[in-house]
Design a protein around this ligand. Structure first.
Ligand SMILES: [Zn+2]
Length: 441
């Protein structure tokens, strides 16, 4: 019944609405297209407006949406801004008003609320700026599909918009689509000189040089890239099988189901050092892609399993918190899920530091540990694991997920922690320190 209804709308749309009225075109994967007044995405469906109402189709059927810059917008279709019923000047003024409010929210990293304001601004006046803001909000909400559509819409309005080009490059780079990433970054550089983009292009060139002849192993949730010359394909598929298993476990623990596959790249040792800018003590890196040295591995041994679980935990936490997580939480959880627990030696180390008043407070462990020297970094790791273990042992993992979710909504650590645990992080740290000094060795 429902599908017959959808088909009827589909035909209706195709048959009766093909004139100049149409604003958006939905291109389907089966080669067909739907011309409509406006189209937008809501969850896993694409909705589109025609003069007699709103129809929808599953997003999985849709290849892309081409949006027109001139006619009514998707936000107008949602009833957020009555375009056409107000004069253009008032529309522009209202758009500026909502843009300002959106910018404030964007600066305080409240992306969901910023998106709402930008949608209104865009609904009143679909310009290069309002479209770009909307795209950026979608980008930070990890809604790549809507972000890409809107960045492309910006480029139809202005092919030299460097900001849109840079975001598109970053999105393709993350998906290991290096050709497209390079093209967008090069276009951006020719539109506007930017040393930061030059650095990104250099990194991309190194990655490309290292991985030019790499093979790929694709599974449901991973794209594994490896040097076919030095890595046996059976090893790559063993890694893939292990990662899928780890994914099932971690996605249910973290209660997050990523929309895009994770990229994992194996480099021979020397290339790893060339490509990845990490301290000598680091076993792997995660800059949005998991990068690992192959170090002559031929089987998925326990050391590699730990490394993969560690880096995968980072990817999940990053996705869940949209990058808003302190170092101790990231590393403590990564250590926890790689299967490490604080050893007797670790406890003794922490206790000795505590008794000499030289155990660093957790707030000193907020940033990346990559800047620390080997000795300090090892203290940071032991400390982070011990604190995270303390949280998990005394509270439910549900609360940890609540903390991560609130951080993902860009709450401060203070607010998110208090909401999840009913005490401040400092109070919790005091309890943990007291526990450290009293618990038997
Ligand atoms: Zn780590």
């Amino acid at each position: 019944m429902a599908s017959a209804f959808k088909q009827a709308w589909f035909l209706f749309c195709l048959l009766f609405f093909t004139g100049a009225l149409h604003a958006d075109v939905i291109y389907l994967k089966n080669g067909k297209k739907i011309e409509c007044e406006s189209a937008w995405q809501e969850g896993k469906t694409v909705k589109y407006k025609i003069s007699t109402g709103t129809a929808s189709i599953p997003q999985s059927m849709v290849e892309k949406i081409e949006k027109s810059s001139s006619a009514s917008s998707e936000s107008a279709a949602k009833g957020q801004a009555p375009v056409g019923r107000i004069d253009p000047l008032t529309g522009e003024r209202l758009a500026r008003f909502y843009t300002d409010r959106g910018m404030e929210l964007l600066q305080s990293k409240d992306f969901p609320k910023a998106l709402k304001q930008f949608e209104k601004a865009y609904g009143y006046h679909s310009s290069e700026t309002t479209t770009l803001n909307l795209a950026i909000a979608y980008y930070y909400l990890k809604d790549d599909w809507n972000a890409e559509n809107h960045f492309n819409e910006v480029l139809r309005k202005n092919p030299d918009n460097a900001v849109a080009l840079n975001y598109l490059a970053e999105m393709h780079w993350r998906k290991e689509e290096l050709d497209q990433a390079e093209e967008y970054w090069k276009r951006s550089l020719s539109a506007k000189e930017d040393p930061g983009i030059r650095t990104k292009l250099q990194r991309l060139a190194k990655e490309r040089e290292a991985a030019a002849h790499y093979n790929s192993e694709e599974s449901n949730h991973f794209l594994i890239r490896y040097d076919g010359g030095s890595v046996d394909p059976s090893f790559a598929s063993a890694v893939s099988a292990f990662l899928e298993e780890a994914y099932q476990h971690l996605s249910s623990q973290y209660d997050v189901f990523p929309p895009d596959p994770f990229v994992v790249i194996f480099y021979p040792q020397q290339q790893f050092v060339n490509v990845v800018d990490v301290p000598v003590w680091s076993g792997g890196a995660n800059d949005g892609k998991i990068k690992l040295p192959i170090k002559g591995l031929t089987t998925v041994n326990p050391e590699l399993k730990r490394l993969l679980l560690h880096e995968l935990s980072h990817s999940f936490v990053n996705l869940k918190t949209l990058g808003n997580s302190p170092g101790w939480l990231q590393e403590g959880l990564a250590k926890y899920w790689e299967g490490e627990r604080t050893s007797l030696q670790g406890k003794t180390l922490l206790r000795n530091l505590l008794s000499t008043r030289s155990l660093p407070p957790l707030r000193n462990l907020s940033g990346s540990f990559a800047d620390a020297n080997t000795q300090t970094a090892s203290i940071f790791y032991v400390e982070s694991l011990s604190f995270v273990e303390y949280l998990i042992a005394r509270y439910n993992f549900l609360q940890l997920n609540q903390l991560l979710d609130l951080l993902g909504k860009q709450h401060s650590l203070q607010d998110a922690f208090e909401a999840a645990y009913q005490v401040s992080p400092e109070e919790m740290e005091k309890l943990w320190r007291a526990d450290l000094s009293f618990s038997p060795s």
